[in-house]
Design a protein around this ligand. Sequence first.
Ligand SMILES: *[C@@H]1O[C@H](CO)[C@@H](O)[C@H](O)[C@H]1NC(C)=O
Ligand SMILES: *[C@@H]1O[C@H](CO)[C@@H](O)[C@H](O)[C@H]1NC(C)=O
Ligand SMILES: *[C@@H]1O[C@H](CO)[C@@H](O)[C@H](O)[C@H]1NC(C)=O
Ligand SMILES: *[C@@H]1O[C@H](CO)[C@@H](O)[C@H](O)[C@H]1NC(C)=O
Ligand SMILES: *[C@@H]1O[C@H](CO)[C@@H](O)[C@H](O)[C@H]1NC(C)=O
Ligand SMILES: *[C@@H]1O[C@H](CO)[C@@H](O)[C@H](O)[C@H]1NC(C)=O
Ligand SMILES: *[C@@H]1O[C@H](CO)[C@@H](O)[C@H](O)[C@H]1NC(C)=O
Ligand SMILES: *[C@@H]1O[C@H](CO)[C@@H](O)[C@H](O)[C@H]1NC(C)=O
Ligand SMILES: *[C@@H]1O[C@H](CO)[C@@H](O)[C@H](O)[C@H]1NC(C)=O
Ligand SMILES: *[C@@H]1O[C@H](CO)[C@@H](O)[C@H](O)[C@H]1NC(C)=O
Ligand SMILES: *[C@@H]1O[C@H](CO)[C@@H](O)[C@H](O)[C@H]1NC(C)=O
Ligand SMILES: [Cu+2]
Length: 619
Amino acid sequence: MTFANPFPTKKGLLSLVLIFSALWKSALAKTRLFEWNVTDIDNLDVDQSGHPRWVMGVNNKWPIDPLVVDYGDQVIIKMNNQLRDNRTCSLHSHGMFQRHNGYMDGVPQMTQCSIPAGSTYYYNFTASQTGTYWVHSHDMSQYPDGLRTSFVINNPNEPYDYDEDYIISLTDWYYEPFYKLVPEKFTTWHNPTGAEPVPDTGLINDAVNSTFKMEPGKTYRFRFVNLGAFNNYDVMLEDHNMTVIEVDGVYTKPQEVSSIHITTAQRYSVLVTAKNSTDRNYAMTAYMDESLFDQIPDNYNPNVTAWLSYNSETTYNYADSVNEIDSYDDAKLEPLYDVNWGEANHNVSLWFDFFTLGDGASYAEINEKSFKYPKVPGLMIANSTDYDDYNMKPVTYGPYTNAFIFEYNETVDVVIDNHDTGKHPFHLHGHVFQVLERGEEEAGEYNDQTEHNVYENPVRRDTIEILPTSFVRLRFLADNPGAWLLHCHIEWHMESGLVATFIEAPDRVPEITAPEFVRRQCVMQNIDVSGNGAGNAFNISDLTGAPAPPGEMPAGWTSKAIATVAMCVLAACIGMGSIVFYGIQIHPLPTEELDDEEDLKLAAEENAANLMKSSDPVK
Ligand SMILES: *[C@@H]1O[C@H](CO)[C@@H](O)[C@H](O)[C@H]1NC(C)=O
Ligand SMILES: *[C@@H]1O[C@H](CO)[C@@H](O)[C@H](O)[C@H]1NC(C)=O
Ligand SMILES: *[C@@H]1O[C@H](CO)[C@@H](O)[C@H](O)[C@H]1NC(C)=O
Ligand SMILES: *[C@@H]1O[C@H](CO)[C@@H](O)[C@H](O)[C@H]1NC(C)=O
Ligand SMILES: *[C@@H]1O[C@H](CO)[C@@H](O)[C@H](O)[C@H]1NC(C)=O
Ligand SMILES: *[C@@H]1O[C@H](CO)[C@@H](O)[C@H](O)[C@H]1NC(C)=O
Ligand SMILES: *[C@@H]1O[C@H](CO)[C@@H](O)[C@H](O)[C@H]1NC(C)=O
Ligand SMILES: *[C@@H]1O[C@H](CO)[C@@H](O)[C@H](O)[C@H]1NC(C)=O
Ligand SMILES: *[C@@H]1O[C@H](CO)[C@@H](O)[C@H](O)[C@H]1NC(C)=O
Ligand SMILES: *[C@@H]1O[C@H](CO)[C@@H](O)[C@H](O)[C@H]1NC(C)=O
Ligand SMILES: *[C@@H]1O[C@H](CO)[C@@H](O)[C@H](O)[C@H]1NC(C)=O
Ligand SMILES: [Cu+2]
């Protein structure tokens, strides 16, 4: 480059600016390498209650240190699977868009193969968002067993002022390994109504009785992250208000509240102003939502407490009685910066509910299909069936992947109708969505003919709680080619199949590059890397052999009837030394609807009797 011309042209100036900004950027942007050996750790008494248990940790340590990086950093999590017993694992960075980088989303059988024992996966992405996120295993319900932590991306141009920052995780905790609870207590014919095991305790920052030092004159940013498997929390600070400034990585207009409601996978940042006097300490209490429990155990403590510590010389006690939980509608928070994606050019309508299927266990169905992962990871289906438009057809991804296809940059409206009487926090990978509207409890199905209270500046986030027998209407921009899950983030319901797949611009998926180990790890495990959802690479229309959920129950069965039978059978079987798989042994009931209590009881008794007969070893 010469500097002969003292008056550079406009073009010259522009390129100078570009060069300097590139230099500036590379000087600032750092590579942040996190070396994570995933390890088993035994005998950890997390809440000091005398219930030591095994957990999944990192570098033989648990809790796992939160990841904290700056905007623009290149984040590399070098994850080496050092688990015992040949177990696989994976890592999903929850809330990261992974734009044009879908092989880093961490979902086994969707964006990669699960990582075999002894192997290393480099999760490699640019921190191109800011705010509060988390990282968790997306393999086999592992994260409730410990493989999760918070993840913060600092913003060099932070719009809000504060002095200090606390990452505050909330979680529910089981004393039994989750991977055992799933088959033994949840997905089993003993539990045909799908009652979720109740967590043994709640934790704040993976402990009970954590403390947060508060100094007069300071403003704190509390970053709440719910790392839990199941429950939501209402969090209150004794005698302190909070100002919400962020939800799920998106800045909001400041909103003063006295409590926050946070479902599993959601995040909130709030500003808290310290008091001037240090004469006492104040409680931070998180209340579990017991309405999610089918049955509340005796003497159950749904509360977990931590402390705003102004003075460590004095006691930690409640002084005031705790206020009523003041629930405000968190769907009505407004983003600080709005976006306009225009009107929808693609509508999707989903409904879900729970059903007892042929094996007697409870499953979730979305549009009458309970989710099963495809035989070939979804992204590799899109990558390998890029001819004759096969990858643009939902059926290619398999009959039970609940696949929906979107063209590049479509504006998509998604209605989700909840036919169940529980609350379900839905999460979409690869995006934030706008919450255009959310029905009140028991509002019923979305109906576009009626008057709607559509939010003017809709909140954007990546996880939204859908209320009992109600709906949400969400909008997102399909500008991220890839295979993204939409699912309930209650880990029990993931297991039940409450999942759909959004395949976005599959025609552009072949442009996405994957490091060599991505395919290699599939090949190591004999998992196909090309073909359709049934692993058929030669005839893409042939879906025979695709993974499927158990078949339907015989007509006339209701989960209530089955529950009654299961109870009878359980009671009757005690002492017999053999439990019979009633789905096979039992005679189908008459086909008319059984909703009368008396009929149910008779039917249950008849079937229990049949079962006794058919389980007679002499027969
Ligand atoms: C991870 O494990 C490898 C192999 O045992 C070891 O060399 C390395 O030091 C470990 N890394 C950390 C951060 O503990
Ligand atoms: C991470 O990705 C960047 C950008 O694609 C690449 O230059 C770098 O080599 C990758 N590093 C590793 C360890 O995979
Ligand atoms: C909680 O922690 C505080 C400060 O460390 C301590 O004074 C108090 O006794 C603890 N309470 C319980 C129930 O452990
Ligand atoms: C919290 O906000 C409410 C309503 O604005 C107000 O009445 C109350 O005094 C505030 N409390 C504190 C501790 O600032
Ligand atoms: C603390 O004291 C300062 C200075 O007197 C005052 O401006 C501020 O409002 C006080 N803060 C609170 C929370 O009372
Ligand atoms: C939990 O908190 C609620 C609300 O303050 C209170 O009514 C209840 O007694 C608490 N339960 C326990 C076991 O502390
Ligand atoms: C995608 O759509 C958005 C919103 O309608 C628009 O602003 C943007 O320019 C579009 N991008 C491309 C590449 O077409
Ligand atoms: C999507 O549904 C809305 C009503 O909910 C309707 O007004 C609109 O025309 C539909 N758009 C398309 C592209 O079908
Ligand atoms: C995607 O397909 C191309 C060939 O079309 C192949 O080279 C590449 O390895 C595939 N990527 C993955 C991750 O399977
Ligand atoms: C571990 O799993 C791999 C892949 O499934 C299998 O090939 C191998 O035999 C297993 N090894 C042991 C020790 O079980
Ligand atoms: C491909 O599979 C479809 C569906 O099973 C079948 O109808 C068709 O005949 C097959 N085509 C070939 C060429 O085998
Ligand atoms: Cu759910």
